[in-house]
Design a protein around this ligand. Structure first.
Ligand code: ADP
Ligand code: MG
Ligand code: MG
Length: 950
């Protein structure tokens, strides 16, 4: 802390100069001048018609806070000096009634931040200057309208007065004057309104409205500084991960007026269409209006193309400037302009926000137009865009029609992308019930908790009234890949009545709604959605093909079934990094066999172990020892006559062909590419009914007493389940521990894998199975497993006289495995980081408990920067991975290393995997395109930072 303080007080560069005239800045000064300031500076430099002004730096904002909310030394003098300069340029004077200069005061941080201070327009007006404007313009109505707007804005924004007070006074005045709209108020009415506004200000503020323009300016600047730490701004920064110490700049700019008559107007336009990317000017304008009228929606703006007819010269000039700006910034721009009596002024330019579709199209088009390089294009596409492009989305036209028909009832946070349509249901139990029976459901809750997860699983989408980007609903929905709109402030949910209302629209349970998790929009009724087809996303394919040329990491996919493997291949997967075999046990017709296997496993293994021990014993003592021979004989007979052994072997025998079929499917689908198959991992009780459920059933059967054989079966099951109960199943008998205790199961699995491989190879299919041992913590586990696998494999290969190339490796998911990776690598040909368990074991968190109880709170409080189950924790888990990579490759330089946790599809985690030299990342098929792009971006970022440090 002390360190930072000294650093700050010793930072001389920012001292002294707090104010930059527009012509002193440029686009490279975003840190100091904010986005808006850097933009107007760059336009000024380029000779565009920008109303003169100056920017007060972000450093001044920080200094203001350091000084206990006081302007730092020199700031006010420099601001006044800059005003003099602006006066000279414009030939007007601040506060001079005969030729008054008016300015706007605009906030502008480095990153555009909704939730920060609004802009104050027309600053510099008082009774005298208003009269001056009236005289000069010959338009008293215009002057007094500007004045009342100014008091209103200043009161609301700078003095923090409830804006409704002004609005009500305005409404009253309109009533009184019989005016339908603001525009119908005449000069006299506006003058009365001004007096009324002044009175409101006096009542609320306890002082007269400041009439001295310099006092107005000073207060407005301070208000912008203060807005940096306003509640909304802070919340926004937190959800977007924007640091709190950037500060905001303040722009003071000469006013130009779009509301001076029908030869004036104002508008916003994009150099291309921000929703489709089409290379054509796109925007709206209003004749005879001031800045915020376009957004306020009081009058319907016209499309920018109409300006072509209405003001051909201004249009042409604007068109030229737009083209120039885009070429200059080498990216699509979002421009604000105002036309005052036929003359065009530029007020803002910035890189345009865009939809996923537009981002991809613009990037590809600009490469084809020769304006940017492929690498730049790749950096312009956000990996999130790739996800969005492949999710269902609402038909553009249908969406617009719904908006026009007033069906857009609310807007919230775009918490998890995708479009969903369904019946609103207000509790998780009902959602689960109806969802499972095939109904399309949107689960609507004030907020969600772990108790709602079953309902979330069954729903098509989730809508909540509270909570931000890291709320339970948002995090869980993203994890599930389900659309979610969260934090819809206008939403009132009445759980008792099972209704919700927003802006006067009521929705009852069962009514159909549509939500768009990419935009945060909530609609009444059904909006048809389009499911994009990967093969038809031509521009995306181009971006991904360029990515493939650049990236080092391979991208594999996690897939348990052939259909998932096929989809993964279509999306560009170069292998299967995780094929989980236990899912295959859950299918209905297999479950009875699996139960039979588990119920007999323990006794069968105990009896067989006994034989093995006695065999070893007898071997040592030699054939002469009659007693040892006899004991062995008895044990063997016990095995032979044991029902448990018979059941166990019978179950495994039945499972073998089924699993062989499973593996055939996936190996065939991935022919020519590697397939990592993991041996059984979860604790066996996961395949059995729950303890509580069984207790209930047994009790009922006992009381009824009418089905003794069923009772006996259930009692046996209960006994087995009770015997398997563990305090911490996550840390209990699972993974290779299970494989070592019950080797019959993995013998069967290995046999199935190799049999499938042998069959396919005989049919001419190129198969590349890799057998993965889960949850290894010690080198001896690996060694034991490897010997067992090799023995079975050579049996199978020997039987069929075939030679299949296969690998044996392990999942690295326990810290101890990372620490002893050099030893483990002696028996493992590949490593695959299972970063879900590795994160659990490194932090000592159980994920479900953590996410349900404290993890989100930790993120909110800043104790953890992000959820480590979504974004790899580089400092801890990452360090372990790095060690494992190094140690493993020391033993075995050609060790193949990948990651198969969910992290494999998270861009930041992909970047990390690239940096520590993994061979591949493996993720869900859906995220394969994301990972392809992220892997390329990682390489480009690496090259950029290298050339920067040079
Ligand atoms: P935001 O960050 O919300 O876009 P701006 O500072 O850009 O806020 O201003 C809000 C509106 O006021 C915009 O339409 C802008 O064009 C207009 N505006 C800002 N400064 C001036 C000015 N000096 N003259 C005329 N209009 C202005
Ligand atoms: Mg703003
Ligand atoms: Mg703006």
């Amino acid at each position: 802390m002390a360190q930072t303080l000294t650093d700050k007080s010793e930072a001389p560069a920012t001292h002294g100069k707090w104010v930059y005239l527009f012509e002193e800045g440029n686009a490279g000064m975003r840190d100091l001048l904010g986005g808006k300031g850097a933009g107007v500076a760059e336009m000024t430099q380029a000779g565009l018609p920008v109303p003169p002004g100056f920017t007060i730096t972000t450093a001044a904002c920080n200094a203001y806070y350091d000084a206990g909310q006081q302007f730092p030394n020199g700031l006010w003098d420099q601001a006044k000096q800059a005003m003099k300069d602006v006066e000279e340029k414009t030939g007007k004077q601040f506060g001079n009634p005969s030729n008054p200069l008016l300015v706007s005061v605009r906030s502008g941080a480095k990153f555009s931040m909704p939730g920060m201070m609004d802009t104050v327009l027309n600053l510099g007006l008082n009774d005298e200057t208003t009269e001056g404007i009236a005289r000069q313009s010959g338009n008293a109505r215009f002057a007094y309208d500007a004045y009342r707007r100014f008091i209103q804005m200043f009161g609301k924004i700078v003095l923090d007065i409830d804006p409704d007070l002004y609005e009500h006074a305005l409404e009253d005045k309109k009533q009184e004057a019989g005016a339908a709209t603001d525009a119908d108020l005449d000069v006299a009415a506006l003058q009365q309104l001004v007096e009324r506004f002044k009175a409101i200000t006096r009542e609320q503020f306890g002082r007269d409205f400041p009439t001295d323009p310099y006092e107005q300016l000073q207060q407005a600047i301070a208000a912008v500084f203060r807005s940096w730490n306003g509640e909304r701004a802070r919340a926004y920064r937190q959800s977007e991960g924007i640091p709190d110490d950037l500060g905001t700049a303040v722009n003071v700019q000469t006013m130009v007026f779009g509301n001076m008559g029908n030869d004036s107007g104002t508008g916003v336009a994009f150099t291309r269409n921000p929703s489709t990317g089409e290379a054509k000017l796109f925007g709206e304008y209003l004749i005879n209006a001031q800045g915020e009228d376009v957004v306020a929606g009081i009058r319907t703006p016209k499309p920018i193309s109409a300006l072509h007819q209405e003001m051909p010269e201004a249009y042409q000039e604007f068109q030229d400037i737009a083209t120039r700006m885009e070429r200059h910034y080498r990216d699509m721009q979002d421009l604000e302009f105002t036309i005052e009596r036929g003359k065009l002024y530029m007020l803002q330019t910035r890189n345009a926000k865009r939809t996923a579709a537009a981002a991809v199209k613009v990037a590809v088009d600009m490469v084809n137009e020769g304006s940017i390089s492929r690498q730049e294009a790749l950096m312009r596409v956000d990996p999130k865009h790739v996800v969005q492009l492949l999710l269902p989305r609402f038909d553009d036209q249908a969406r617009q029609q719904a908006i026009d028909a007033g069906k857009l009832i609310a807007s919230g946070l775009n918490a998890s992308p995708g479009a969903a349509v369904g019946k609103a249901v207000f509790d998780a139990d009902r959602a689960a019930e109806q969802g499972i029976s095939g109904e399309a459901i949107i689960l609507v809750r004030p907020e969600t908790s772990p108790d709602d997860v079953h309902g979330m699983i069954a729903a098509r989408g989730i809508l909540t009234a509270r909570g931000g980007a890291t709320s339970h609903a948002a995090v869980v929905a993203r994890g599930m890949g389900k659309p979610c709109v969260a934090g819809v402030e206008s939403l009132r949910i009445d759980l008792g009545a099972r209704t919700m209302t927003s802006n006067g629209n009521q929705v009852r349970e069962g009514d159909v709604i549509s939500i768009d998790g990419a935009t945060g929009e909530v609609f009444l009724g059904e909006i048809p959605a389009i499911s994009p087809r990967f093969s038809e996303e031509r521009e995306l394919a181009e971006i991904l093909a360029w990515s493939d040329d650049i990236r080092r990491l391979q991208v594999w996919a996690n897939a348990d079934y052939p259909r998932d493997a096929e989809r993964a291949r279509e999306y560009g997967a170069q292998g299967i990094g995780l094929c989980r075999t236990e899912h295959m046990f859950f299918e209905e017709e297999r479950l009875p066999i699996v139960h039979q296997m588990i119920l007999s496993a323990e006794e069968a293994n105990r009896l067989q172990d006994e034989v093995s021990t006695l065999e070893a014993d007898a071997g040592q003592r030699g054939r002469q020892d009659g007693r040892a021979q006899e004991a062995l004989q008895t044990a063997r007979q016990r095995v032979q006559s044991s029902q448990a052994v018979r059941d166990y072997q019978d179950a495994l025998r039945k499972l073998l062909p089924i699993q062989t079929q499973d593996f055939r499917g996936i190996l065939q689908a991935m022919q020519g590419l590697p397939v990592v198959i993991r041996l059984i991992d979860p604790p066996l009780h996961e395949f059995l009914p729950s303890y509580d459920e069984l207790i209930e059933e047994v009790t009922t059967l006992r009381i009824r007493g009418n089905d003794p054989s069923e009772l006996k079966k259930k009692e046996h099951l209960l006994q087995t389940v009770a015997g398997m109960r563990e305090q911490n199943p996550m840390l209990g008998l699972r993974g290779i521990r299970l494989g070592i205790l019950y080797p019959g199961i993995i013998d069967m699995q290995v046999r199935a894998i190799l049999s499938a491989a042998v069959q396919l190879q005989a049919e001419g299919v190129d198969v590349r199975p890799e057998i993965m041992v889960p949850l290894v913590g010690t080198a001896n586990e690996m060694k034991t497993a490897k010997e067992r696998i090799e023995r079975v494999a050579s049996e199978v290969l020997g039987e069929s006289n075939a030679d299949v190339h296969y690998k044996i490796g392990t999942m690295i998911e326990i810290p101890r495995a990372c620490l002893t990776a050099d030893k483990i690598a002696e028996d493992a040909e590949f490593f695959s980081f299972g970063t879900n368990d590795l994160t659990q074991t490194a932090f000592g968190y159980s994920r479900d408990d953590a996410e349900g109880k404290f993890l989100l709170k930790y993120v909110e409080m800043g104790i953890l920067p992000t959820n480590p189950f979504q974004e790899l924790d580089r400092d801890g888990v990452g360090k372990l991975m790095k060690m494992a990579v190094q140690a493993g490759r020391e033993t075995r330089p050609d060790l193949e290393i990948g990651i198969c946790g969910e992290h494999g599809g998270d861009p930041s985690s992909v970047e990390f995997c690239n940096s520590i030299g993994l061979n591949y990342v493996s993720c869900s098929p859906f995220r394969v395109p994301v990972a392809r792009l992220a892997a390329a971006q990682a390489v480009i970022a690496e090259q950029t930072s290298r050339s920067e440090t040079r």
